[in-house]
Write a protein that binds this ligand. Sequence first.
Ligand code: FAD
Length: 463
Amino acid sequence: MAVIRDRTPHFSTSVPVVVIGAGAAGALAALAARDVGAKVLVLDRDASPTGATAYSSGMIPAAGTQAQKAREVDDSPERFAGDIQSKSNGRSAPHLVEVYTRNAAEALNWLEGACGVSFEFVEGLPPGHSAPRMHSLPERGGTALLSALYRALAARGVRMQPSAQVTDLYVDGHDRVLGVRYQRGEREWVDVGCSVLILATNGFAGNVDLVARHLPDVRALPFAGHAGSQGDALGWGEDLGAAVEDIDGFQAHSSVVMPQRLQLPWALMTEGAIQVNRLGERFGNEHEGYSESALFVLAQPEGIAFNIYDERIHEVGLAMPNYPEAVTKGLIKRGATLRDLAETLGIDRSGLEQTIALVNALAFEDDMDDFGRSFHASQMLLGPYYGVQVTGALLGTEGGLAIDAGGRVLRADGSALPNVLAAGGAARGLSGDAGGGYLEGNGLLAAVVGGYLAGRSAAELAY
Ligand SMILES: Cc1cc2nc3c(=O)[nH]c(=O)nc-3n(C[C@H](O)[C@H](O)[C@H](O)COP(=O)(O)OP(=O)(O)OC[C@H]3O[C@@H](n4cnc5c(N)ncnc54)[C@H](O)[C@@H]3O)c2cc1C
């Protein structure tokens, strides 16, 4: 990966807007730029692009959509922004929080109206949000979202080139990108000229060296994201003199089944599930936040934990993304009694029995435990019991290239690079500079709305 300044090839092909990365950020950027009339080429390293987007729940938060208004939900962009800042202790980039929350409804309404991507309103209060505001395709899941975006790209004649790993950027003496070089197949290199470049290559969570350098505290977490998150945008941006912000921010999850990389729905916890270690002991407040809790799981014997719940919660899980897959794959275990479940999962039986007795006593009294979690009588855990072995895992990074409200990449002095934009995980996110700052939906919000805004800006800059 390099920025080449001393050699500009003759570009036999030039496209006004080149987008690197075909996840949600790249797809949205391409659709938005095309919508304003620009010709766009999307390049992705994978033969069958999925990005981290396909691994996500596909739920996008937005305040003020038609669907949300139809349910008379009391919400606003300001309230949404307040929730994001509250989760990060006020450390999220204010200009990005403001512009993403203000434009989220517009971006989704535009996707529906102009691109034929229809969303459903998802009932229920996601953790950390003060109003229901998630939107998803009826099929649910990130794969469905990405497929719908690819259909829209195809319908608009946007060319997508898979198996195209961009290695180098050609740049002039004023940091203007003139074109890119990508590798196709084993030994073919292709040069394409452009007047604007959008970096949508996600962050660096899949790059062991960069994680060790920038996020030493989480380097021991297994990686459950997309292998393409190698920090390519970060490397090119730094070579171009771009500033990097919130580098300590990350998105992790405390309920991931490995090696299947299946992230289990957090709703299991909010419905009353508990997490215990091999000794059958709880070790924290399961409602604290799944990103920061990943490190608590890692600190347990063998770095693993077990989610324990009952039939009622199992039924809730069946309607959520990823859970049915975990059931089909035989990862969810059932026991008529706690003894059976403890035996199947390899947990200390008496430890588990004591823990369940304690949480049920707390629930009976509608009381709070020493970790600060409140229990409710309606959520007592009653047999038959269910359980699954999980671990904490790193899903993505939240730090990235500094950008302005339109997605233009900024230098340390605040000036914008002439023609480079970034969106989604390639850019600084919304979670501030620590793992605890990640609010559910921040990833897709930055990818979808950030991509939408960057695409529009790119079309204005393109010639
Ligand atoms: C398991 C998991 C679950 C998640 N769940 C949620 C969730 O429920 N809600 C939420 O909001 N967020 C969630 N996230 C985060 C969310 O998925 C990401 O923040 C978001 O999808 C990032 O989108 P993106 O377009 O920036 O990156 P991606 O979707 O990763 O797309 C980047 C693309 O760039 C390509 N690429 C990289 N380098 C190059 C190169 N040099 N040349 C060409 N192509 C390149 C990659 O192949 C990839 O296709 C989850 C993430 C993971 C891993």
